[in-house]
Structure formats: C-alpha cells, structure tokens
Design a protein around this ligand. Structure first.
Ligand SMILES: Cc1cc2nc3c(=O)[nH]c(=O)nc-3n(C[C@H](O)[C@H](O)[C@H](O)COP(=O)(O)OP(=O)(O)OC[C@H]3O[C@@H](n4cnc5c(N)ncnc54)[C@H](O)[C@@H]3O)c2cc1C
Length: 535
C-alpha cells in the first residue's frame, strides 16, 4: 500500500487514546500554540454499554471495542491460554474496566523510586493523583475534589455486597470506607470512576472537554504500524486508516501510549527491542534493547463461587430490560452498578512488610470464565488476587505486522521459590474463610468452585492451576529505571533515541498494590509536566 504524507505537521503525535493517551491529549493541547494528533486504533466510544456502568457485563463479548488477547499456553496453569481483554476504543481499557478507583499505597511508589524510577516516590506522585481526581466527597490532604476524573460513591448496592462486608468483618477484617485514605487495609465498598451514575472513562474525563480545541485532532480507526526515525530521532509514525497508509511527521515528540501489550510490540516493530527477536522477524535493528517486552507482570486471581438460595444476584441482569430502561430514565438503580461493588485489602500471614498483599472483589453474580460462561441459576463470586507477584513474563512478536496480535507469555506462577503459588493458596483460603461466615448463612447454596469446601493445600494448588485467571492489570513491559538496560529513563524517554517516550502501564517498574487505572492516569499527568518542562 502506498504511504501518503499526511498534512499538517503536528508537534506531538500520541499513539493510543487509552487511560494515558487521553490525559496527554488534554494537557498538551491546553497550550493553543501546540498542535496535537491523537491516533486510536479503535472506534469512538458511542456504544451505550460503555457509559451505563453495568453494561460492562455486556461488553465482555463485544469484539469491536476489545483487543481480546489470549496468552500463550501457560505452563504453570495446566497449559491453559488466559483471556486478556484490553480496550480498543476511545478511552482504551478505561472504557471497559470495572471502575474501581484505587491508587495503591505510598510504599508502592517508594518501591518504584528504589528500583530506579527517580522522582516517582509517593511525595512526587500524590500531587498528580490529587490533580486528576474529582472526588464527590470533596478534597482533603489525600484527595482531589475538582480534577477531571470523577470519583463517586456507588448509587446502587446489591444486598449481597453488604452481606460480604459483614461476613469479612465477622472473619476479623476491619471496615474501611476509603481504600485511598490513610489506611488501605480493610473491607468495604469501592469508590468508582463515575459521574452522575455514568462511567467516567479517561475519554469522558479528559478528551470530551478538549475535543473542540482547534489544536487537537483525534483520529479513530487509525492503527499505527511503526514509528519512523531520522538521524536517531523519532520523526513520525506510519499508520493505516480508511484503507490507506499515511506517514505523519512529528515536529517535537512521538508519545507511545498503546498499553502494556501494544507499546512493546510497536517498539519492536519499529526496530527497538531484543536484536535476535527483531532479526527473526526481518526487522532492521534501530536500537538494541533487550528488556523491551520483558518484566511483564499481572495480578493473577482466583474466584470462589457459590450458588445463592435467593434471587438477589445480578445473574439475570444482562436480560433485565427493566433495569436498562430504569437506568436510562433515572440514572440510578442496578444499571449504575460496577458489579464488583465491594471488596478490600488484606495483609496475609506471609506478607513481608506492613502492606496488604491480597485484594478482594466481591461480585453478586456467578463469574465463570470472566462471565463469558453462563451457569444456571443464581450465585455469587469472591475474587482474590496476590498484589505483589514475583513471576515475570514477556511480550514477543508473532509477526512483523502491527495487525497481528503480539505473543503474550505471562509466565504466571513461574518464580523460582514458588511464592506466588503459596500466595494464591492463601487467596483461596481467605475467600473460603470469609464466605463460610454466618452472615452468608441465609444466602449460601452449594459450592460451585471449588466444588468441595474441605480441599487440602495440595488440592487448592490444583484448583488454582485449573481455574486462576487474570484480573486485568498487565504492566511493566517497558520498564522505567536509571540502569542502562531499562527501556525508558525516569523522564519516560526511550533509551537510545531522541523524541520518543512511552507513557502507560508498561513503564511501571513493578505493579502497585491495587487496580491500575488511577496509577496510569497519574503517570500521564506527571508525564505531561515532564514534557512541558514544568518539573
Ligand atoms: C476488563 C477490565 C477491567 C478492569 N478493571 C479495573 C478497575 O476496576 N479499576 C482500575 O483501576 N483498573 C482496571 N482495569 C485496568 C485499567 O483499566 C488499565 O490498567 C488501564 O486502563 C491501562 O491504561 P493504558 O493507558 O496503559 O492502556 P489502555 O487504556 O489499554 O490504552 C491503550 C490504547 O492504545 C490503543 N492502541 C494500542 N495500539 C495501538 C496502535 N498500534 N495504534 C493506535 N492505537 C493503539 C488501544 O486501542 C487503546 O485504546 C481493568 C482493565 C480491564 C481490561
């Protein structure tokens, strides 16, 4: 396909309109003299199920807004391939996620700084969490009250979510009404990224208010195939849109915000990566960077499911036209639920420090295979994940074409001392402990997964290998650091070339202890200041 030069020139080209890309598009185009082009492979975020929070249950199977990745067969998980949904739409994964607003704890960012992310310790990042946050409870020393990202209390809570909180308290865990407050540990309801009962994705929060700016151009259905270089500097991008190929120059910088899978893929397709890997696919080496695609991390999660004896759950929500109609008229009711309404953070007996190391998400519905498999009847699910996994995976190329999915080798449970597996057993035991409490007695039916309540540790290990899944937080595959092997430096500049940064979940040196949307938005807020030279 011939490559056409596209006009006009832009100062910044942002690749990917996800959580990070939308923030950058807004912040950089605040200066009317700066011309910004935002390229997104997916469509506009027009679909009503994106905006109606409970629509996420319907989005799981919508191919048009999801990259629908599968990992390679996972050796420690019975060679299963695990499903990795990722948003392919304006807002990226923030348009399909579960809206839980969580930042992690100060020690997570102090860990980043200790691993070479100089300037990213808690005191550095807190102002950016606060700047992004529009918490409906108002501002305080830890929270922002007027930032673009609306953070709200749930408008509708399923009675079983409250039963879960009571049961967890019976099991000895304290109630916590703010997981982003002075203490993360405890159980309670999540605050959610919602505004007036609708999802507040990064596109809603950051892109919508900037869309009318004449210096911001947003192109959807635009798949970037590679970044181009001139004399060691990123000079632009080659992308396909509307059946044609374009070469678009960038006057100042190219900002890669493709997420933890696509960013390392695009670096490799552009000649930055492990030399052997590039040569194997016939790609000329621009910069040899062995760590591109490495250091991949994710939160592995195990679900415990029970049948419910009462018809209170959301199992029939996807058929419940009444709930949808009611939502559209009133912006309240079950349609505003993020489904994973309650949860918490627990410090296990194996925790090496004072941080919680297990996160819980309670779902008043039966979630088998991410909800893609419908089970008969009604039930409930408790997710538990280990927050600081030691296993590391990698992203590799399947071919030299951007249109082919990259190969994901998550390598779950592969750490040498088997600690991750031990922690997953802790997760399953903790779930069982909470779900057996008397608060659940009026609602508890037969166990589904695991099928028996008296499994030994050995049997729990087998259960985990057979059933554990991703809880959707891949990160770390373009690690930031001070060492020469890190992919980006602490200003998020790709080592070995000029004019190119990576800004998204892939730059995290290590996963924070919690969900990842707010941390990515913080990264992009701070990156905007780095680019503008304000810090
Ligand atoms: C189902 C699900 C549930 C989740 N639940 C929560 C939750 O409750 N709370 C929470 O905090 N986090 C949650 N997360 C995680 C969180 O949403 C992500 O970590 C975060 O959105 C990642 O942001 P990002 O900017 O790194 O990538 P993304 O938001 O995924 O953005 C990347 C964007 O780049 C685009 N792109 C990629 N390659 C190209 C290319 N070559 N050309 C053009 N465009 C390209 C993609 O289409 C996408 O729009 C969830 C994620 C999922 C998938």
């Amino acid at each position: 396909m011939p490559v056409r030069p596209a006009a006009p020139a832009y100062d910044y080209i942002i690749i990917g309109a996800g959580s990070a890309g939308c923030v950058l598009a807004n912040r950089l185009s605040e200066d009317p003299d700066v011309r910004v082009l935002l390229l997104e492979a997916g469509p506009r975020d027009w679909h009503p199920f994106i905006h109606m929070p409970a629509g996420l249950a319907k989005l799981v199977n919508r191919k048009g807004v999801n990259w629908n990745y599968d990992t390679a067969p996972e050796p420690q998980l019975d060679n299963r391939t695990l499903w990795w949904p990722r948003g392919k739409v304006l807002g990226g994964s923030s348009s399909i996620n579960a809206m839980c607003y969580i930042r992690g704890v100060p020690g997570d960012y102090d860990d980043w700084a200790a691993r070479g992310a100089t300037g990213w310790h808690w005191d550095n990042v807190l102002p950016y969490f606060r700047r992004s946050e529009g918490n409906r409870r108002g501002a305080d020393a830890l929270h922002g009250g007027d930032g673009p990202l609306a953070v709200s209390d749930l408008r509708h809570v399923n009675p079983l979510s409250r039963v879960f909180i009571e049961a967890a308290q019976q099991a000895g865990f304290p109630h916590n009404d703010d997981f982003n407050g002075p203490q993360q540990a405890g159980v309670g309801l999540y605050q959610v990224t919602q505004k007036d009962g609708a999802r507040c994705s990064a596109a809603v929060a950051y892109l919508r208010p900037a869309r009318e700016r004449p210096n911001l151009t947003v192109e959807t259905g635009a798949l970037v195939n590679r970044i181009t270089f001139e004399s060691g500097r990123a000079s632009g991008v080659v992308y396909g849109a509307r059946g044609r190929a374009f070469h678009q120059p960038a006057a100042r910088e190219v900002l890669l915000c493709g997420g933890a899978i696509n960013s390392p893929q695009l670096l490799m397709l552009s000649g930055i990566g492990p030399a052997e890997e590039l040569r194997a696919h016939g790609i000329a080496v621009q910069v040899e960077a062995a760590d591109v695609g490495g250091n991949l991390q994710d939160h592995l999660d195990i679900c415990t499911l029970y049948h419910a004896t009462q018809r209170l759950t959301y199992d029939r929500l996807s058929d419940a036209r009444i709930a949808w109609g009611y939502y559209l008229r009133n912006r309240s009711g079950a349609g505003t639920s993020n489904i994973a309404e309650a949860g918490g953070f627990v410090r296990s007996r194996l925790a090496p420090d004072d941080r919680a190391d297990i996160q819980l998400h309670f779902v008043p519905a039966m979630l088998d295979d991410h909800g893609r498999k419908r089970l008969a009847g009604d039930g409930y699910t408790l997710h538990a994940c280990f927050l600081r996994p030691r296993s590391r995976g990698r992203i590799r190329l399947a071919s030299a074409r951007a249109s082919d999915k990259a190969r994901i080798e998550a390598n779950y449970l592969s750490d040498a001392d088997g600690f991750d597996l031990k922690m997953m057993v802790e997760c399953a035991r903790l779930s069982r402990e909470i779900l057996k409490q008397s608060a659940f007695a009026p609602y508890r039916g037969a166990p589904i997964y695991p099928a028996r309540e008296d499994l030994s540790d050995c049997e729990l290990e087998a259960f985990i290998r057979a059933k554990a899944e991703s809880v959707y937080h891949p990160a770390g595959s373009c690690r930031m650091g001070e060492d020469a092997a890190s992919v980006v430096d602490p200003q998020l500049r790709v080592r070995g070339v000029d004019g190119l940064r990576v800004i998204d979940a892939s730059v995290m040196p290590v996963l924070p202890g919690g969900n990842t949307n707010a941390p990515v938005i913080m990264i992009a807020e701070r990156a905007a200041d780095l680019i503008r030279g304000c810090i």
